[in-house]
Design a protein around this ligand. Structure first.
Ligand SMILES: *Cc1c(COP(=O)(O)O)cnc(C)c1O
Length: 820
């Protein structure tokens, strides 16, 4: 939209101050989205545990001059424009409605349990070559995402495709009022209704509110519960139901599967609205369902079925991921394969800056297709975004970019095509660089990626940083305002990679980090992390580094206390310390009897500053030990009261680990220490249901082999084939962290939707499974644990806990990072 602050004020019912209106190009609601440039407006949203108003000063100092606020004194911000509203979320939604009234494309809304984003993207790809189509970015489908998506819609859009999702009852009618869709797709319904809905029926009914005023709805007829709910919904209004099914005579349309090969599926689509024989490069049922949903809607919109054949054939998976991994020659490679647009360029550059802090950074980008902007406008916008970054060089690929160069303060090299770039690549320096790849699909940047990446590893631990952030926010939502959050990144961040995780945590504003040893803290400092860091085991050999690197030790004994006191005195430097109190774990810490002496020593140690006093719960994850836990909490309270009597209340008190955050709010005190929960593992099933899997350990099938009846497999001949069998050799063994205790059917792995028990003994670098006649090939991916096979199950089989499995994954297993 091209509205200025005056027009926006009018749309959201706010008074515009008597100042010149400012043009607005970009809307932010999270201070972390900030990037340099004019024309930004900040909506200060207020959530349960978050208040955007707290960031106004920071954003003002960075140059933002227009704010939508819920009543705040604007006196200190001379030249800024404050638009005051009662509820800034409602104002954002009003703005969305206003845009919808002034741009009226044929609007399609997509909802359902799974596949929303894929269906939205695929429908877009089916149509984009023959109509001016716009689709909401990424998975912007929420109460905030939908109005923001509308803001990005060009005025001449003919078909607008929007995703709508809800997490709570009563949310959908807001989205319906904003979007007013005429056309709809209900992708499918999953089997779980989630904690916020009473039943699946209630969830479907809520989602259907999106289509209250729609004319036409596409959905799969094969799910009886969905069909029944939609039939009853439609009986009360004029809504044409375009049902389809994989079976004949089950619905209005038939998506008939003709043949499946390894390359894809040939199908025939028959509906009263149109016929098409086509091919798609997938075979799995979920993808075919997504195809059928998108295809039927495209046909229903009146597009010639034949015109859809070519785009159907080239439908690819939706790359929505930003991947980070080691490259050649110690480089760091970030590949953002998401459709390239200005907003995602901004996000990716920010990610590059965060994770490539300690390196020279370069950007390799392609022409941006379908940005909706005129070439010159696009060139200016790209120049502004890229030019504000501190980059060593920019490599720009594509006819558009090489025709009209960007205005950049850093050196830029232009290439007409990816091939031309690949031909000249070796003449540039890639060593030690942090490299961001940002290419539109047709430019096939995966070829550059495979050139710069180290050889593909057969066994990798995939870390989903976006899901880690989700888990962080879940636990944060359980804290009262003002309670601080310390995150445990000891043991290589529970195996996930300490620097990468710490950077994300720093970005998301946690208060403290904790590591086990000083050298981990030093590594974080060298990586540019400035958050306070507590060190659980200050070894005697490393005492100096606490001063040199500004680390804060846990102090649990008089001996260590004396050493720190002495050293601080000699150096004449202050040191923040954290006292460990013994309340029932009986591991490290000062007991109540020690307090008088401890207090006396501290009073005579002007260089030691009491930063916090804390204790650790022995059984917070076990409801049967709740009384014991309460006992620990009350002993902790008593001991800290004693300390407060002498030192005041300035130091922090903390005792809660993951297990206590949800179950013992009374244990939160001033700060909680989040560990395993961040990594997606909770003690209680209800809590587990709210978390996302962060780490997925994946191996590959190295070889498929036929064995004859009577043959034995592996060391010790521990498994004997009863009959002729086919086995798969998998690229993971006990040296990777796949314990030998998983031998002989105790452990299992997951391949293409099925689990297979381990046969024989786990070797150092591999293990074997028997695969029957299943169509498994060499090179296929094998999941050791992850979404489809929870790490807790592996832990159980190993007779241990998830902590040990996660932290036991060998450093030789490469970590690859994803950010959606
Ligand atoms: C590891 C650790 C935690 C975190 O425990 P989780 O159960 O992983 O949440 C908290 N406090 C201390 C002192 C720890 O050592």
């Amino acid at each position: 939209m091209n509205w200025d602050s005056q027009e926006i004020a009018k749309r959201i019912g706010a008074d515009h101050p008597n100042k010149e209106a400012k043009p607005i190009k970009r809307i932010l609601f999270d201070s972390r989205q900030f990037s340099m440039g004019e024309g930004q407006l900040f909506f200060a949203l207020v959530g349960k545990h978050h208040d955007g108003h707290n960031y106004i000063e920071e954003l003002y100092l960075k140059g933002i001059r227009v704010f939508v606020v819920q009543g705040i004194s604007s006196n200190n911000f001379g030249d800024a424009i404050f638009l005051k509203v009662e509820d800034s979320l409602k104002a954002l939604q009003m703005l969305g409605k206003g845009i919808r009234t002034s741009i009226d494309p044929r609007l399609v809304a997509v909802t359902g349990s799974n596949g929303k984003t894929v269906v939205k993207e695929w429908l877009y790809r089916l149509l984009a070559h023959q109509a001016k189509a716009y689709r909401s970015p990424k998975s912007f489908n929420s109460q905030i995402g939908v109005p923001l998506s509308l803001w990005g819609m060009p005025e001449d859009t003919e078909i607008g495709i929007f995703e709508a999702g809800i997490s709570q009852p009563h949310e959908m009618h807001h989205l319906a009022e904003i979007l007013k869709p005429r056309f709809g797709i209900f992708t499918n319904i999953g089997s779980a209704h989630g904690e916020n809905f009473d039943s699946l029926e209630q969830k479907i009914e809520e989602k259907l509110k999106l289509f209250t005023e729609a004319e036409l709805l596409v959905f799969p007829a094969d799910q009886p519960i969905l069909r029944k709910a939609i039939d009853s919904f439609a009986s009360q209004r004029e809504l044409n139901l375009l049902t389809w099914s994989f079976e004949e005579h089950q619905a209005r349309a038939w998506f008939q599967i003709l043949a499946k090969t390894s390359a894809g599926t040939s199908f025939q689509f028959k509906s009263p609205e149109g016929h098409l024989k086509g091919f798609v490069p997938f075979t799995d049922e979920a993808s075919l369902q997504n195809v059928a949903n998108a295809l039927y809607l495209a046909i229903a919109l009146g597009f010639e079925p034949e015109s859809l054949r070519a785009p159907l054939k080239s439908l690819g998976p939706i790359e929505m991921r930003l991947e980070m991994k080691e490259g050649h020659q110690n480089s760091l490679l970030i590949n953002d394969a998401y459709n390239s647009d200005l907003e995602s360029l901004r996000v990716a550059l920010h990610f590059l800056q965060e994770h490539g802090k300690d390196r020279s950074r370069v950007l390799i980008l392609s022409d941006m297709l379908q940005s909706g902007l005129a070439p010159e406008e696009l060139r200016i916008a790209m120049s502004e975004i890229i030019g504000s970054q501190n980059l060593e060089a920019v490599f720009a690929i594509g006819p558009q970019l090489s025709k009209a160069a960007l205005d950049l303060p850093m050196p830029a090299h232009y290439f007409a095509s990816t091939d031309e770039f690949l031909g000249q690549m070796t003449s540039y320096q890639w060593q030690d660089r942090a490299i961001l790849l940002k290419g539109s699909r047709p430019f096939a940047f995966e070829r550059i990626d495979s050139f710069l990446a180290r050889q593909r590893h057969e066994t990798v631990l995939e870390i989903h940083l976006n899901r880690l952030v989700h888990n962080l926010n879940f636990y944060r939502s359980r804290l009262k305002d003002g309670t601080k959050l310390m995150v445990m990144v000891k043991a290589f961040a529970y195996g996930a990679g300490i620097e990468e995780v710490a950077r994300v945590l720093a970005f998301h504003g946690v208060d403290y980090l904790a590591v086990a040893y000083a050298d981990e803290g030093v590594a974080l400092r060298k990586a540019g992390i400035t958050l306070p860091i507590m060190v659980l085991n200050p070894e005697q050999s490393a005492l100096d580094s606490f001063f040199e690197y500004n680390l804060e030790p846990e102090v649990y004994s008089f001996r260590r206390l004396a050493e720190f006191k002495e050293l601080a005195f000699q150096l004449g430097e202050p040191l923040k310390i954290h006292l460990k109190l013994e309340t029932g774990m009986h591991r490290l810490g000062f007991s109540p009897d020690d307090l008088p002496r401890l207090i006396q020593i501290l009073k005579q140690s002007p260089h030691l500053e009491l930063a916090s006093a804390f204790s650790h719960l022995a059984a917070s994850d076990n409801p049967e030990e709740a009384d014991f836990t309460r006992g620990q909490i009350s002993r902790f309270k008593a001991m800290t009261l004693d300390l407060e009597a002498h030192f005041g209340t300035h130091f922090l008190k903390h005792i809660a680990n993951t297990g206590a955050i949800e179950s013992f709010p009374e244990a939160h005190f001033d700060m909680v220490r989040l560990g395993i929960g961040l990594y997606g593992v909770a003690a209680h099933p209800e809590e587990q249901a709210q978390l996302l899997t962060v780490a997925e350990l994946k191996a590959t099938v190295s070889q498929i082999k036929a064995v004859k009846a009577g043959d034995t497999v592996g060391y010790g001949r521990a498994w004997r084939a009863e009959e002729d069998a086919t086995i798969a050799v998998i690229s993971i063994g006990y040296a990777d962290g796949f314990s030998r205790s998983l031998s002989n059917g105790i452990g299992k792995v997951w391949i293409k939707g099925k689990t297979y028990p381990v046969i024989g003994r786990v070797c150092m670098d591999m293990c074997m499974v028997s695969i029957g006649s299943d169509p498994i090939k060499e090179g296929d991916e094998v999941l050791i644990f992850g979404d489809a096979l929870p790490v807790q199950e592996v832990a159980e089989a190993m007779n241990t806990i998830a902590y040990e499995v996660l932290t036991g994954i060998s450093p030789r297993v490469k970590r690859v990072y994803f950010m959606a």
